[in-house]
Design a protein around this ligand. Sequence first.
Ligand code: DP6
Length: 351
Amino acid sequence: MEENFKLTDQVELKESLTTKWQAPSNIALVKYWGKHGVQLPANPSISFTLDACRTITSVKASKGTHGFSISYDGVEKPEFAPKIKAYFERISSYCPWITSYHFEIDTHNTFPHSSGIASSASSMAALSACVMDFESELTGTSLDYHKMSFLSRLGSGSACRSLKGAAVLWGEHVDTDGSSNLYGIDKSDLLHPVFQDFQDTILLVDKGEKVVSSTVGHDLMNDHAYASARFEQAQSNLTILKKALKDGDLATFIKITESEALTLHAMMMTSHPYFILMKPNTLSIIEEIWAFRKEMQIPVCFTLDAGANVHMLYPSEHKTAVDGLINNKLTKYCQNSHYICDQIGTGAKKC
Ligand code: DP6
């Protein structure tokens, strides 16, 4: 199946190519945690694509010796090089033409670098969009979004969910035709109107670097005592969540989304070595959200990544009420009172 993504036709190389793309981050509802082989997920996941948190990447390709330079806002960033080098090595058998080019890459994130928000999904998605834009120019064919997602996955698993559609499902799922471990598929057709303008307010509890890198984190699922039960649970949670997304069933959405977040953290707490990635303020925010939901009967819930920050998810019609909650009760738990207002978006775009 991977073979289908190998470009075998000879392409006529151009002297130089330039492009610029932006790609958003995404927030998983059913979490990807555990992988095998070359970036293959241990279980299927689904995410909402975000809008405001984006990476904007411009690339100039010049025919010549293969290599690259990487800068952020024009300033060279050698610390980003190893990940990009590994990415180019992984994709070169699928896009052999890249070995005839030198790439000058410049990136910019719309969210602060020190926000504790991982940029690997948006940055790998934006770079893959640039690569596929070049490939489409060289081959004279239209953009292949599946291959774009496939290449992104080789850079960072969750990146393959940041290309196309408001909701993206990645990984073989027993109840989803066309689902694949190799790339994400657009499932925005699933979304009931109540989810189409969903808000994600990211409460920045800890803006530091990740305590556990994703590579180490995924690795913890190898030999984990609960691994097989967890992978099966993700399959069934995804089936239940898909129905909730379609029916506009907010109660079930909340139940599955919050349980998935807590399960992700439970997996980290019960692995060897074990980690607690929540902070006291993470728990305080969760308790405030639960109290507010009960008192106001407003369907707001939380999810977490592999860190202490809290993503608060809710329909836009409740934005004013939730803003009140944030300002009155939640900013005191955020580092420097910082939070980011985001919402569901549609994917990568050419600039
Ligand atoms: C907790 O995509 O960052 O955010 O494939 O090693 O780059 P790599 O991992 P990464 O893992 C994300 C894990 C997660 C859950 C999710 O986004 O599904």
